[in-house]
Design a protein around this ligand. Structure first.
Ligand SMILES: [Zn+2]
Length: 310
């Protein structure tokens, strides 16, 4: 999501930083899933987590309802340092790092060097979120495109999945992927395209990740899209603290809220929630190499700060 914490659920709060979202009241926990699953895209720092105890508490809440792993995603350099640290605090956490498209107006060589170094960490399982955002006007389109091309190249050099942010930029994102040559694994986080784009992505071998909006009452077209995606190309995510699923839209989102989205997808795909949960778990394990990851204890954090400096 954009770094400006403007509730994408339409509440219009132009809030920056973690505080107000972290303080919004959390929904009661959902009924636990019958199969464990993976939250493929969340922002634990923006959810209000600061230290290892916060991360453990958030993952305990998630695990209690069957969300046994998360990928926590950075959107700027400070966040990138924090997510890598968090991925070394708890075995259930892995990270993705990149500069969000809205954060690309003034990127230095030193910024790129640090992102590349952090992205090489063994507990960083994807380069992202990167892509294009034609909704917010914080970074000029040329700067976004330049950064997107650089992140595509980084993902290929590291052999890691590319995690795409595409807001109102479907055609340009697909064009640039074609021009650069896509990495082996491409994930469209919070997929928002129509059925035609979904088919294009599925045919290209891309993976589509669905978040809370598939549960929203006005999202019939998105639900139809979600029904088209094969199990092996489907992920589920919260994008917390944003996009809280129905029936708790507007309240604070966290990884433990994922079961509402899983159940929403199960209805549109006409399968059980267990099948959606297990299918998305297997897809995440395969794409992100989760099963083969050495435990945290075997991988001391490579000089990353233990706390986010803000
Ligand atoms: Zn996000």
């Amino acid at each position: 999501m954009p770094f400006v914490r403007n509730g994408p659920d339409g509440n219009g709060r132009g809030v920056t930083g973690s505080g107000p979202y972290g303080r919004r009241e959390r929904p009661p926990p959902p009924e636990p899933l019958g199969e464990p699953t993976v939250d493929a895209h969340t922002h634990l720092d923006a959810c209000g987590c600061v230290d290892a105890a916060d991360v453990t508490a958030a993952l305990d809440r998630a695990s209690a309802v069957g969300v046994t792993r998360v990928v926590t995603v950075a959107d700027d350099l400070a966040s990138a340092r924090w997510v890598v640290a968090a991925a070394h605090w708890d075995d259930r956490v892995t990270a993705a790092v990149a500069l969000h498209p809205t954060r690309t107006a003034a990127v230095t060589d030193a910024d790129r060097d640090e992102i590349a170094r952090l992205a090489a960490d063994p507990r960083v399982v994807a380069v992202g979120e990167t892509g294009l955002d034609h909704y917010w006007e914080y970074s000029p389109p040329e700067a976004q495109e330049h950064a997107f091309r650089w992140h595509i190249d980084l993902a290929k050099r590291l052999g890691k999945p590319l995690m795409i942010h595409d807001r109102d930029a479907h055609a340009d994102v697909l064009r640039i992927l074609d021009e650069e040559g896509a990495p082996d694994t491409v994930v469209f986080h919070c997929f928002s395209g129509d059925a035609t784009m979904a088919r294009t992505c599925v045919d290209a071998g891309y993976v589509l990740s669905f978040a809370g909006p598939v549960t929203f009452k006005n999202a019939a077209a998105l639900r139809a899209t979600a029904a088209l995606v094969p199990d092996e190309q489907l992920l589920v995510e919260t994008d917390a603290p944003f996009l809280t699923p129905h029936p708790h839209r507007g309240r604070a989102n966290e990884p433990y809220c994922l079961p509402w989205t899983v159940r929403g997808l199960a209805v549109v795909r006409e399968v059980s929630a267990e099948r959606v949960a297990a299918g998305a778990r297997r897809t995440a394990e395969r794409l992100f190499g989760l099963v083969d990851l050495p435990p945290v204890a075997a991988q001391p954090a490579p000089g990353v700060p233990q706390l986010r400096s803000t």
